[in-house]
Design a protein. Sequence first.
Length: 290
Amino acid sequence: MRVTLILILLIIATCCYGSEAGWSQYGIIDIHAHIGTFRGYDLGLETLLENLRRYGVHMALISNIDGANAALLTKNLTETVSNRATEQAVRQYPELLRGLIWAKPESGSPSEVEPFLSHKLENGSPVFVGIKFHPEFNHFSADDPRVDGYLKLCEKYGIPAVFHCGHPGTNSGVEKIYAAARRHPSVSVILYHMGFFGPYEPAITAAKKARANRDALLYLETAQADPDSVIHAIRELGSSYLLFGTDATYYGRDHYAKYQKLIDRLKRDLAPEDFAKVVRGNAEALFHLK
């Protein structure tokens, strides 16, 4: 009788909470997460940590949206102040977090952020593993020459650059990110959102072109992209060119629930080795997380 009752409770738990508990077995690395304040969204550190633990996400790469200059929505802090807060969070939770420098080419400088790239945790791991650019929120074109100094830091330290990638023709259009990437062909450049809420084809096409021409290293990331488009991108580019990211915690306290369908679809449609690359392996390789 007791065994039957336990089985019933397990079935109820599965129905109510889905398969979120199963994520821990995948060692998922979310390469796109935030701390800081954005009016109308819950991007608090505690909300992120609760999501990571509840869904069993192995690690998240965080940048501080307080560095964004979105009028009346964000704090527009300096590079030093915003990245210092990121470092504090990583040092407090080194088992769950690594940092991404929030770059502000419009008002900051590579020399202001470079010291952060030499900071280490007690185990010798770097606090910061990449540099984040948001051309829309910080009001610069992705191919602006002021971006080059930061990309040279990526070259020097062997770390990726991640760009918010929006619609063609905007500050964050893929054609502008690609132009900057071509000037630094040894830097891995990751297109967050692969086109914010679509269209996705321009980002896929640019990544294919860069691969064929060998003139840039472009990768795509999955935040807010629908499962069909992600699978299409993998089929076009191969599993080595897609990385799992979610823009945590854009959807608040149940953020990762929005990505259950994507995880399920990746698990169903990909070979085990390809699934592992997308949700973990590519991040480990590009961000040197092993």
